[in-house]
Design a protein around this ligand. Structure first.
Ligand code: ADP
Length: 568
């Protein structure tokens, strides 16, 4: 870089040339005077003319050189000026000053009158000089870190960042472009480089992975049996939603949540969805408003891995989405399937580190749910004993509803639902029984009879109990709605295949199809564990797990030979 001396010298050189230019102009003038007084025929006259011409050329070259030097000087001055800092504009003050931030520091600063203060918006980048006065408006930044919003505060500010314990989280402002934007927990926002203002929002994608916002039509009569569970649900959830004024008058707090528990495949999820559907229908009817249900299905084990390390945020996100949807006028159902996987008691060993953060957060969110907020929480579990008791305390999930295994009557009811009147039945059977309804009744009764029979063939499990007794469990003891659905579906497959084979459009489900389907289901259904793991089998039976020492699946082989395996 040139020293000050050099710079001065150059300036002086510039000065010299100016003086020289003046001198040459004067010299030309003197020459002109001499030329005027000289006779053009004089021998020296031509020399004088030449001299003048030369002087003019010199003069012109000098002017060009001067111009170049001046340009160079200007460029040099520009390049060597100190750089301006770039800060972010936070807000303007009444006295015409502004609040800006630069890194961790904030400044209360002046605005150069050449800058249009009205154009400065929260989040705009501003050029500041050595005195930190705003001397230029650079518009909003185009780059910056993307972070997830933990909470959109009532006043518009956003809480972002933070680890599992909520440390290092901070509150930031919304930039001009986000003032009216819909931002909720989990929305991704782009921060300006100083990290003070969120400038741009991207809707979170992951929500859709486990939230389902529409429920198919499931009227109560599409559920076989379960009258007791349904009536508890109606009393506990439907009544307070339909008659809030009555509950208020009697000073009764409506229920916030229920736990549906019982063996797998017996209709917990089905009842959950039916609850959402039917209650919404009733609500619509009563309020005469076009209310829709918003059913948030959360599969415990599936999202357990997704939640690793960010469980607290996820729980908050679920509840905040629920509240938002409720505000938009939906009836919201948060349905957590196999809840014991994420809301485990802290002493139950597996997944302890996860429950440690999920359980308290879940409880806090439940406590924060204001009554009558139109948000209902439903949990399901086939191991309710694994759920942290804190979750099941009064005012949280304080109603437990047992979803029972179908009894004989419910078995018939469920089969009746799936062997419905529009299902093509075997025409021979219809002829024989004297009508479609009679044929259906026959199929339902026969199938129920087969499943409920206590024969050598239907022996399924031996249970060695802690009190020393040994129970034999039959097909009926492991029957479930899911299994019955599967049986009918399998029988339909057989009828379809037969239709193809005999090239007939008249084939329908026959008793042979049903019989074969029942036998195959008990041998092959996915519900039954392929391993000998006692825990897996315990989920299927109705014993208190602590009372069981051993379970022996009895596998029927070809013919009626029976083999026994030990499950310990
Ligand atoms: P769970 O949640 O208890 O494991 P699901 O509700 O998922 O069981 O049941 C699986 C399927 O079994 C349902 O989609 C439905 O087709 C059938 N099902 C179970 N219980 C019943 C029932 N009580 N009435 C009619 N269908 C049932």
């Amino acid at each position: 870089m040139p020293s000050d001396n050099e710079r001065n010298n150059r300036r002086n050189r510039g000065g010299d040339s100016a003086q020289r230019s003046d001198a040459s102009v004067r010299a030309i003038k003197v020459l002109d005077e001499i030329l005027e007084s000289t006779d053009p025929l004089d021998a020296n006259y031509q020399y004088l003319l030449l001299l003048r011409h030369q002087l003019e050329i010199d003069e012109q070259q000098l002017a060009e050189a001067q111009e170049m030097i001046q340009k160079y000087d200007e460029a040099y001055t520009k390049l060597t000026q100190p750089a301006n800092r770039i800060a972010v504009f936070l807000s303007g003050n009444e006295d015409g000053t502004a609040n800006i931030a630069l890194g961790d520091n904030e400044f209360y600063t002046n605005i150069d009158p050449n800058v249009d203060a009205a154009e400065l918006k929260t989040g705009t980048r501003v050029k500041v000089n050595d005195a930190y006065a705003i001397v230029g408006d650079l518009g909003p930044a185009q780059n910056g870190q993307i972070v997830k919003v933990n909470e959109a505060l009532e006043d518009g500010r956003l809480r972002i960042g933070g680890d599992q314990q909520g440390q290092n989280s901070r509150v930031v402002l919304r930039g001009e472009g986000l003032k009216e934007a819909k931002i909720k927990t989990g929305t991704e926002v782009r921060m300006e480089p100083n990290g003070r203002v969120a400038l741009e929002a991207f809707a979170g994608k992951e929500n859709q992975d486990y939230f389902l916002d529409q429920v198919t039509e499931i009227p109560w009569d599409k559920i076989g049996g379960q009258q007791e569970a349904i009536s508890v649900i109606k009393d506990a959830i439907e009544l307070p939603l339909l008659y809030p004024e009555l509950y208020e008058r009697f000073g009764k707090r409506p229920l916030k949540g229920i736990l549906l528990y019982g063996p797998p495949g017996c209709g917990k999820t089905l009842i959950g969805k039916a609850t959402a559907y039917n209650i919404t229908q009733e609500y619509k009817e009563r309020t005469k408003r076009d209310v829709k249900e918003y059913f948030m299905y959360i599969n415990g084990p599936k999202i357990l891995n997704m939640w690793l390390g960010e469980s607290e945020r996820q729980v908050r996100e679920i509840f905040s989405t629920a509240r938002e949807k409720a505000k938009e006028g939906y009836l919201v159902f948060i349905f957590i399937d196999e809840a014991e996987s994420i809301l485990r008691t802290r002493s139950s060993g597996r997944f302890t580190n996860i429950s440690n953060t999920v359980v308290p957060q879940f409880c806090a969110e439940m406590d924060g749910l204001v009554s009558l907020e139109n948000v209902v929480v439903m949990l399901t579990s086939n191991r309710p004993d694994y759920i942290d008791p804190a979750v099941l305390r009064p005012e949280r999930i304080d109603r437990k509803v047992k979803v029972v295994r179908p009894d004989r009557q419910s078995t018939s009811d469920i089969l009746g639902i799936y062997l419905h009147k529009d299902l093509p039945l075997d025409w021979r059977l219809v002829d024989e029984k004297g009508g479609v309804d009679q044929a259906r009744e026959y199929l339902v009764a026969q199938t129920t009879e087969l499943i409920w029979s206590k024969t050598h063939e239907t022996e399924f499990l031996e249970a060695y109990l802690r009190n020393g007794s040994v129970d034999t469990l039959y097909w009926k003891d492991l029957v479930s709605g899911a299994l019955l659905t599967s049986i009918v579906e399998r029988a339909k497959d057989y009828a379809i295949k037969r239709s193809i084979e005999v090239k007939s459009t008249k084939e329908g489900v026959s008793w042979e199809d049903m019989e074969r389907a029942v036998r195959t289901e008990y041998k092959e259904n996915e519900i039954f564990p392929k391993t000998d793991n006692l825990e897996d089998w315990l989920k299927l039976v109705d014993y208190e797990p602590d009372n069981v020492v051993r379970l022996n699946p009895i596998k029927a082989k070809k013919g009626s030979q029976v083999t026994r395996r030990n499950v310990i």
